[in-house]
Design a protein around this ligand. Structure first.
Ligand SMILES: C[S@@+](CC[C@H](N)C(=O)[O-])C[C@H]1O[C@@H](n2cnc3c(N)ncnc32)[C@H](O)[C@@H]1O
Length: 224
């Protein structure tokens, strides 16, 4: 999978060189290119923002540099996503769907957002990471790329993905590691019993319990 991220702030993406995503890139399981929209500006000062028509606070990203940046990477098979608080809220189901794509282009807005003609021309899918407003699409893009990349075949073992929160519609059960006794807090006995059937049963019960308490909506139930 190839992911092209279009941004005015490419330095922010150094986080995507670390840990599991960094290793997946080294192994060429995913290719992530961070492209500076400013490099495409035809303005003599490489200006990429201007005041909104009709007045109002703040600045908007101008269409020309974004248009040319998209054109430089877009292929027939590309799917374009625009980071936007107005989009559908991203979730694990969307991440799985995106992990099957061949080429993803992610456009990050900044300031007050982007000139709407970019949306009219390219019709990207708008994705939000929650009902709140951030200064730019860079952090949402990083969250989405991190989540999608770990679902790409070979990046993480299937067993790890199968048991984690949301994969089966439930939140994950509690987990423990060494030491058995930490300042008087002990690991539940069932986990050291060696009885795999009982361990699986306990984990299922705990996952159900946690989901019921923390996110009853995942079980189709209302919050009390
Ligand atoms: C300050 S926001 C613009 C908000 C816009 N004026 C509005 O009221 O909807 C600047 C950029 O940050 C990104 N952004 C902010 N919040 C976001 C969110 N919750 N999810 C995804 N992107 C977001 C978008 O790319 C947006 O264009």
């Amino acid at each position: 999978m190839r992911i092209d991220i279009l941004t005015l702030f490419p330095e922010m993406f150094s986080a995507l060189t670390e840990s599991i995503i960094g290793r997946a890139r080294e192994k060429k399981l995913i290719e992530i290119n961070v492209i500076n929209i400013r490099d495409f500006s035809t303005d003599k000062h490489q200006k990429c923002d201007d005041e909104p028509y009709g007045g109002g606070a703040g600045m908007l990203m101008t269409p020309q540099p974004i248009y040319d940046a998209i054109k430089s990477v877009k292929k027939e098979s590309s799917k374009i996503f625009f980071m936007s608080p107005k989009g559908n809220v991203f979730n694990q189901i969307k991440a799985k769907e995106m992990s099957k794509l061949d080429h993803i282009i992610i456009l990050c807005g900044h300031y007050e957002g982007i000139d709407n003609r970019i949306l009219e021309i390219f019709k990207p899918e708008e994705l939000s990471i929650g009902d709140y407003v951030l200064t730019g699409g860079e952090i949402p893009a990083m969250a989405i790329v991190d989540c999608v990349a770990r679902l790409v075949d070979g990046v993480i073992t299937k067993a790890s993905l199968d048991e984690e929160s949301f994969s089966s519609g439930l939140l994950e059960y509690p987990q423990y590691t060494r030491p058995f006794d930490f300042i008087g807090y002990k690991v539940p006995d069932v986990l050291i019993s060696g009885n795999h059937k009982e361990i699986a049963k306990w984990r299922k019960e705990m996952a159900l319990d946690i989901t019921k308490n923390a996110r009853p909506d995942l079980l189709g139930e209302e919050n009390e």
